[in-house]
Design a protein around this ligand. Structure first.
Ligand code: IFM
Length: 458
């Protein structure tokens, strides 16, 4: 039974962010380097060659951001804590100036009547831990639990709803298999080790957080409806579902990795990796689940890799699975992701049935190339983004339909408040409902923000 997750008769609304994507100030107040600081310096790692050193400068402008969230009429703000800000050496001394930043942020939110919800890990691993093996080694899971406890001891009096990880699929498989996210490693099937250690870190942290009285410990997954095309090899489609969805849900719900998953990820059967007690610790450890949804996954016909060519990165993110094409139907957003609101409805209903947990849509939104800024008399500058508004409207409606059909969905949190550093895409894809001028970080609400504001304020 969670105590603080939204539980009102209506859906709660919020906006989300992540530390490395918005904060900047990477060398301020004792922050240590993270894997994203290192990775972004590799030529070609980001599309525009840029990094998060300035981003939206939210480390200094957080009050403006809090005002934007409050004026939106949002109930919630989802932020993540930068591990290297709080423990710059990963598992050593705590940096009080790093914690003080989150104090300021949380207090400002509470003053404006917005409930903060925190995520401990949105991908900014301290570099020093990566140098010791990163998520491929077990020690990182223990260091993560220690770090989560430091943050909870400090902020837990004011932040009641926590998620351990954001999208561990990306951290494990984009980071350690496809190599397109930090730390940029291409370790094939060893990436499954990272998946297990992320889950173990979640389990260790959840156990200690529960013991410390926190009853709202969740995990945020980018689960996806997997809709195989007619020509697909069923074993490949099953492998994709296993690595995208079941590798997380199996341990969390049943305390087991299933046979179909073990076929593509035999390493998960190794006794030295999955040690006695690990799966028992993970089973039942989440009080709620965050669902991040953008697009369905449609595995298509097999795609053999011609000799000498590298496999498509999306294929590499599913190690052990025969390469398939990923079919993307129209319409698509600017990042090339298919728009299908029904996918969210189905995913929420399936996740509800599978887990029985209270759910939150912890991220949903769309990238569009909406650089057009117009001056509206009496309103000021706005960015016209009808496509994003329509995406949000149809996906909020899908969330409501899933609720009406019985899914226990408590909140809908839009990704994202601000145009920000979009990982390997650099600053070339815009998900924000608020435009951020890259020259001076000036914030300008878009039409989608105004639309949501009107809806939330009734
Ligand atoms: O920007 C990311 C976010 O950090 C995690 N979920 C997906 C978003 C869009 O790619």
């Amino acid at each position: 039974m969670t105590l603080h997750l939204p539980a009102g008769p209506a859906l709660s609304f919020g906006a989300a962010s992540a530390s490395y994507q918005i904060e900047g100030a990477i060398a301020e107040d004792g922050r240590g380097p993270s894997i994203w600081d290192t990775f972004t310096q590799v030529p070609g790692a980001t599309k525009d060659g840029k990094d998060g050193s300035l981003a939206c400068d939210s480390y200094h402008r957080y009050r403006e951001d809090v005002d934007l969230v409050a004026e939106l009429g949002a109930d919630l703000y989802r932020f993540s804590v930068a591990w290297p800000r709080v423990i710059p050496t990963g598992d050593g001394a705590v940096e009080p100036r790093g914690l003080a930043y989150y104090d300021r942020l949380v207090d400002a939110l509470l003053e404006r009547g917005v409930t903060p919800t925190g995520t401990f890990y949105h991908w900014d691993l301290p570099q020093i831990l990566e140098d010791r093996g990163g998520w491929l080694v077990r020690d990182t899971a223990y260091a993560f639990a220690d770090y989560a406890m430091v943050v909870h001891e400090h902020l837990g009096d004011r932040v009641k709803v926590w998620a351990t990880h954001n999208e561990p699929w990306c951290a494990a498989y984009l980071g350690y298999a496809a190599g397109i996210h930090a730390p940029g490693r291409r370790e094939g099937g060893d990436a499954h080790r990272a998946a297990h250690h992320l889950l173990l870190g979640h389990g260790l942290a959840a156990e200690r957080l529960h013991a410390a009285g926190c009853q709202d410990v969740g995990i945020v997954l980018n689960l996806a409806p997997v809709w195989p095309e007619a020509e697909v090899d069923p074993a490949a489609a099953d492998g994709i579902d296993a690595i995208r969805n079941r590798v997380w849900l199996g341990p969390l719900v049943d305390g087991a990795y299933d046979a179909g998953l073990l076929r593509v990820a035999p390493v998960l059967a190794e006794a030295d990796l999955v040690r006695p007690g690990d799966l028992d610790l993970i089973r039942g450890s989440a009080d709620w689940m965050g669902v991040n949804y953008y697009t369905p996954v449609r595995p298509g016909p097999a795609q053999p890799t011609p000799a000498g060519e590298t496999r498509h990165p999306e294929t590499d993110a599913y190690p052990g699975v025969e390469p398939v094409t990923f079919v993307v139907r129209e319409p698509r957003t600017d990042i090339g992701w298919e728009v299908d609101a029904y996918g969210l409805e189905e995913l929420l209903l399936d996740t509800h049935k599978r887990t029985g947990l209270p759910l939150m849509v912890t991220e949903n939104g769309a990238a569009y190339d909406d650089a057009l800024v117009v001056e509206v008399p009496g309103v000021g500058r706005i960015v016209q983004d009808e496509d994003r508004r329509s995406y949000l409207e149809t996906h909020i409606a899908a969330t409501e339909r899933a609720r009406e059909a019985g899914a226990d969905v408590r909140g809908y949190i839009v990704w994202t408040l601000l145009d920000n550093f979009e990982w390997a895409e650099g600053y070339t894809k815009y998900f924000g409902i608020v435009h951020v001028d890259p020259q001076n970080q000036q914030r300008t609400p878009k039409a989608s923000y105004r639309w949501l504001q009107e809806r939330l304020r009734g």
